[in-house]
Design a protein around this ligand. Sequence first.
Ligand code: CMC
Length: 493
Amino acid sequence: MGKPLDPPPGSNTLTVRDNRTGKSYQIPIVDNSISATDFKAIKASRVAGEREENETEKGLRLADRGFLNTAVLRSEITYIDGDAGVLRYRGYPIEQLAQHSNHLETAYLLIYGSLPTPSQYQTWRDEIMHHSVIHADAEQFFRSFRYDAHPMAILTSALAYLGSYYSEANPSLQGQNLFTKGDKPSLATMDKQIYRLIGKATTLAAMAYRVRQGREFVTPPTGLSYTGSFLYQMDHLGQENYVPNPVLEKALDVLFLLHADHEMNASSTSVLQVGSSLVDPFSAVAAGCASLYGPLHGGANEAVIRMLISIGKPENVPAFLEAVKKREKVLSGFGHRVYKTSDPRSFIVRKTADEVFKITGKDELLETAMALHDAAMKDDYFISRKLAPNVDFWSGLIYRAMGFPNDYFPVLFAVPRVVGWLAHWRQMMLQAGGVKIWRPRQIYVGAAKRDYVGLEDRIAVEGLKKTPSAIEHSGISKRTRLASFKGQTKAKL
Ligand code: CMC
């Protein structure tokens, strides 16, 4: 870096010329990417009047609000070609996995890199199902939530709470290199937390559901599939020989598989950001769950149904789309940071919806959803911005048809995504060169250096800058606020 020589054509470097200094720099290109730290060497002297806070002489920064074109790590897990609508887990097309695999087998693939052999699969499935049981004390934890608590608030808290049971898996207690050594004991400890988190995710989610229904909790059954056990824990009301409907169990399994990973999405990034401080995996996964809750991410499936209910009927679609174009309304379930065509998962979800509707009957919102989809796909506003349905557009309709409450939909996204979060977390813990804490930089645009002014002198110096409405948010009671305001004003007048 930094050699001002003309490289031969075809060399894998980028030549950058800094017109402030006239210097040229050659930056290596590796895997079609350049290293942001190479730009730190590009320095200039501050010009007269330039803010010292720009730190011009400390090297160039790369600005990327929202990580639009920043690769935060090298990954072998999931590949997306957003222009072609391609999604592959460890090289396998999502369509093939959805057709031939199941959620737990795919989970193994995502986490360990290859499809399991029959004996590996059996051990994996047994370990996960065996680790689905929760300590009896956890009941009190769930009962401490209000009856109307959002289930994502419960699930996020429950994941962090779960970690409190496993001090042996906590680097803060056992030593910070607990998971980064890559030796046999470290891998075994890591595997155990993976079994626990995947195994108990359905149990925690079912408990979050039942506590709001005022029902007793159900011990995870034996002999059922992952989604079969989940549905059983949610719906069993004491009937003898109760088994979930196999079509719905299979449909949920396909949806779980489709949601298991999606490369560097917001919640996986949160898991890695939090995990990069070497905190325990339960805390890191809880952070991912919190991130997924937002309506721009996993909360979109819930938002789609609220949107469809507000539209009401197909005739109202044109007016709704006009409001979206004026930015008065949001079209949830459309658009994606990476896909610039239809999300490949949305086709599989749409097909799965038809299977489910054969059992449950069609959802009354389906016609409105189809009218909205068709109108948006023909509209220039959406075509020119390459906005198409994402996975959340149809999934909510299936969940609704299956009888899940609207606010539970993000939980049905978070539970399978635990797999992806763990795959990324494991990969980062074991990456060559160890873990680097994720500590980005900022472009400081705040106040330049200024000197502290004592409280008494502040009004005289700055005037009555604080308006009563600004103080309104400060948490002091109105009576106190007026009294002190009057007092100060009087004293200064
Ligand atoms: N409805 C209307 N306009 C939209 C939409 C939408 N759903 N999404 C993007 N746009 C517009 C946006 O206003 C912008 O227009 P302009 O260039 O005129 O300012 C343009 O399209 C580019 O969008 P962006 O906001 O820069 O795109 P982004 O990559 O920052 O955001 C997104 C991606 C998914 C947050 C966004 O498309 C969105 O808010 N969609 C609705 C929420 C949603 O469905 N989220 C689920 C995502 S998929 C499941 C998951 O992985 O979580």
